[in-house]
Design a protein around this ligand. Structure first.
Ligand code: FAD
Length: 400
């Protein structure tokens, strides 16, 4: 089979071609040293190398690029996301176009079902969800709005994420979809979590069953890793994989540092550790072409320990006689995934952030550097904005 025929037959294939750690010690000095080859670090590496003509060293302690968006072929040759399903969506033309330089896009609208008893119903809640759950036949938005208004239990003061949901759609829907899921996901009851977790309950009265409504919804045609490989393929960028930033030699450090690792780790956890919620993924390949009707099925009930199952072929469009899925088990231990939104954690972050602001020639960026849950497009937008700001500042200094 030639490459085109192979792709038609098997769908996208990804060649992970990045080689072993590579630091050109002694060959040249770096202008910019970057910790973390996820979206934040890699976008900045490209911008500094290409637009500013800087020599960049990009280090990641993992043995691959792409951070948590990393995808690879599993033993069966199916493209999976090692750190859980990553679906790209954005309203920003700038972000979409910038990334589009390094990948073709495959249109993909994400759909999610929630398993409630023996029913699978659309998530976010829409009119079909309500009809299926309550055995109704509502045909208009007005009917669904009136139904939700009867369910809602308005509250004077909204303090927690439980209040947000109950206030908007009442206890029955709250208990069905939010209570168990949140307890599993966060290890905390919604009444103990900041209202920001569910600040907006995306409940629809129409029958739109897309998970996102953004202007651009698409996946990198050959996967995220391939997109990152192209982004980092620039003569000004050296890549040191399997290398902890804190183990770099002083001579590897440029005049500017970009740090996209955990902000508390940079400062030796001197005020204490910023808490994160983690996930364990159990990946499986099944001897059947299709497992479930959509990319992700959620399990809001506490009767099962996992929160969702992902079937990757829906996301990637790959054709293959087998299929690969992953189960997600929330856990307290493991890689830092979700900052836990409680006031005391935010306060702790502010103390680190004050140290960061006073740290000369170091920029903190990305999800871990900002202790905020950001989507991929937000991280790309943040990185592009940081580079623009620094370039403008430099131009201002040069003009003086
Ligand atoms: P990361 O991708 O975490 O990259 C940081 C990198 O820094 C890592 O590779 C890490 O190894 C490295 N690092 C840390 N410390 C050091 C050190 N000391 N030395 C060297 N390297 C270090 N976003 C979406 O838009 N859509 C989705 O569907 C989506 N799904 C998600 C699902 C899950 C389960 C999770 C956890 C996140 C999801 N996200 C999604 C968010 C997305 O993962 C992030 O927006 C994105 O990965 C952030 O990029 P980053 O560069 O800030 O961080």
């Amino acid at each position: 089979l030639d490459a085109a025929a192979a792709r038609r037959r098997h769908g996208p294939q990804v060649v992970i071609s990045l080689s072993a750690p590579r630091i050109r010690r002694g060959v040249r000095k770096y202008d910019v040293t970057i910790c973390g080859a996820g979206f934040a670090g890699s976008v900045l590496a490209r911008q500094f190398a290409e637009v500013s003509g800087k020599r960049v060293l990009l280090a990641d302690r993992r043995d691959h690029v792409a951070g948590n968006a990393f995808d690879c072929l599993d033993a069966a040759g199916i493209l999976i996301h090692r750190y859980g399903p990553h679906i790209f969506h954005t309203n920003s033309d700038d972000v979409f176009d910038w990334l589009g330089r390094f990948t073709e896009w495959r249109p993909y609208e994400h759909r999610v079902l929630a398993r409630v008893g023996d029913k699978s119903v659309p998530m976010p809640i829409n009119r079909d969800t309500l009809n299926a759950l309550y055995g109704l036949d509502m045909r208009s938005e007005a009917e669904a709005q009136a139904f939700l208004a009867r369910q809602a239990q308005p509250m004077d003061k909204i303090r927690t994420s439980r209040d947000v949901v109950v206030n908007a759609i009442g206890t029955d829907l709250y208990e069905t979809f939010f209570q168990g899921y949140t307890r599993k996901q966060w290890g905390l009851d919604p009444s103990q979590l900041d209202k920001s977790v569910t600040a907006r309950v995306p409940t629809r009265t129409n029958t739109d069953d897309r998970y996102f409504t953004d202007k651009h919804q698409a996946m990198p045609r050959e996967g995220y890793t391939r997109m990152f490989e192209r982004m980092l393929d620039h003569p000004g960028i050296d890549l040191a994989l399997g290398t902890d930033f804190h183990d770099l030699e002083p001579s590897d450090r440029g005049a500017l540092t970009v740090y996209t690792g955990p902000i508390d780790a940079y400062f030796g956890h001197r005020f204490g550790t910023l808490p994160y919620r983690s996930l364990q993924f159990v990946h499986e390949t099944l001897d059947q072409a299709r497992f479930q009707p959509v990319g992700v099925v959620n399990f809001p009930s506490e009767d099962v320990p996992y929160t969702r199952i992902t079937e990757y072929k829906h996301l990637t469009g790959q054709r293959h006689a087998k299929t690969s899925i992953s189960y997600e088990y929330p856990s307290a231990e493991g890689d830092p995934y979700y900052p836990i939104p409680r006031p005391e954690n935010h306060e702790l972050f502010r103390r680190y952030d004050a140290l960061a602001a006073a740290e000369p020639n170091v920029i903190f960026a990305g999800r871990l550097g900002s202790y905020r849950y950001y989507n991929m497009d937000q991280v790309v937008g943040q990185a592009l904005a940081i580079h623009r700001r620094l370039t403008a500042r430099q131009a201002g200094t040069a003009a003086m």
